[in-house]
Write a protein that binds this ligand. Structure first.
Ligand SMILES: [Zn+2]
Length: 238
């Protein structure tokens, strides 16, 4: 099996976590679970995936916080349509609606989507994958993708779908743990973000730029953080 980002096959072993071996790709510096868990293992895991009820209780606080994060992103969008990929119970979608956007959210969890529809009925919510949703042919001015890509065993089909869902000129706000951050432990498997099969792919700014760039999505800005988290603003340029 090759590197999920650069498709190379020259790896350094990093040890293991939860019985999943981890490697570093020498070609592109991506770290990942190798071999990737099967689709069955991932599906079984997500069938039991929890919904954070504490987040539901703190909905208004979450929406206020997301509004402040999204406002500068949405100001750079060419129009007023918004999509949250991995929307969970809908806070990001509702935040975008309150900022004047026509907002849609998708999530793998039908249970999360049901809750989102009940809590924030003025938006559109759909259960399913980005890959399936992209086939409907709609494109958005702004896309939010928070803490999603580290869950994906197959990032190329995901980013291809992301591109299809973005208008040319559309903006993306993407977050994921930052494996290249100076505060990530030298003993990589001991990092708290390394939780396979939930998190299976660990990006740094270079591997993320490389992957998005292959699909015409250019990183415009990376937020400097004390926390090992990658938060980027990007634009579909081609
Ligand atoms: Zn690689």
């Amino acid at each position: 099996m090759t590197c999920p980002v650069c498709r190379g096959n020259d790896f350094t072993e990093l040890g293991e976590k939860n019985n999943f071996p981890l490697v570093l790709c020498r070609g592109c510096t991506q770290r990942f679970v190798h071999p990737m868990p099967s689709a069955q293992v991932i599906d079984d895991y997500y069938a039991k995936y929890w919904i954070n009820t504490k987040n539901i209780r703190n909905g208004d606080k979450k929406i206020r916080k997301l509004k402040s994060i999204l406002a500068p992103v949405l100001r750079r969008a060419p129009g007023k349509t918004f999509l949250d990929i991995g929307c969970n119970t809908g806070f990001g979608v509702e935040a975008a609606r309150r900022l004047g956007h026509e907002a849609t959210g998708i999530d793998l969890s039908a249970e999360a989507i049901e809750i989102a529809e009940r809590l924030y009925p003025r938006n559109t919510f759909i259960a399913g994958t980005a890959q399936d949703f992209a086939q409907r042919g709609r494109q958005y001015d702004a896309v939010l993708c928070r803490e999603v890509i580290e869950h994906m065993p197959e990032v190329h089909s995901f980013v291809a779908a992301l591109k299809t869902l973005m208008k040319v000129g559309g903006v993306l706000w993407l977050t994921t743990p930052d494996a290249g951050h100076f505060r990530v432990p030298k003993d990589f498997p001991s990092w708290k973000e390394v939780i396979p099969p939930e998190h299976v792919s660990f990006f740094n700014i270079d591997s993320l730029r490389r992957l998005l760039g292959e699909y015409g999505i250019e990183i415009l800005h990376k937020t400097l953080l004390w926390k090992p988290s990658l938060r980027v603003l990007a634009r579909r340029v081609s």
